[in-house]
Ligand binder design. Structure first.
Ligand SMILES: [Zn+2]
Length: 150
């Protein structure tokens, strides 16, 4: 985000107004600033920063898969569309987060993201499985589906 505030922009399903939702407020039932309609969240990967990572991952009411990626990583780019697709497909059952390892060196170190892409699945705030390297599309969607809430 250009102003440095982490968050995502969500378009209101009722009035169409784009709303910026700070990452830390994602699970607080955010509403449209214009018409107060509840905003549809979880339909797109959520960019996480060192500032909000723990708040989001531990507060998530659904399992979370975090994609540790880098702008210079070709395989990371190749799986990005699959992750976007899965975020929409599995909305409400799985939250997909993205961590840029160059912008978040302490998260990269904490989760040992020495090779990217690295996917880490979290349940109840705890890491439960790691996947290093890009999986083929089919395998990736099965892996994500397996971690989604039934
Ligand atoms: Zn609205």
């Amino acid at each position: 985000m250009s102003d440095g505030a982490p968050g995502l922009v969500v378009r209101c399903g009722r009035c169409g107004q784009p709303n910026r939702v700070p990452t830390a407020r994602v699970f607080d039932g955010p509403r449209c600033g214009t018409c107060r309609h509840a905003l549809p969240l979880g339909g797109a990967p959520l960019a996480l920063s060192e500032r909000d990572f723990d708040a989001v991952v531990s507060a998530a009411t659904v399992p979370v898969v975090v994609d540790f990626w880098a702008t210079w990583c070709g395989p990371c780019k190749s799986i990005a569309p699959s992750l976007e697709h899965a975020a929409a497909e599995l909305a409400g059952r799985l939250l997909i987060g993205k961590v840029d390892v160059d912008e978040c060196p302490s998260l990269a170190a904490r989760f040992d993201a020495t090779s990217v892409p690295l996917l880490v699945a979290f349940r109840g705030g705890e890491p439960v499985e790691r996947q290093v390297g890009a999986l083929p599309t089919d395998e990736l969607s099965r892996w994500l589906e397996r971690h989604a809430r039934a």
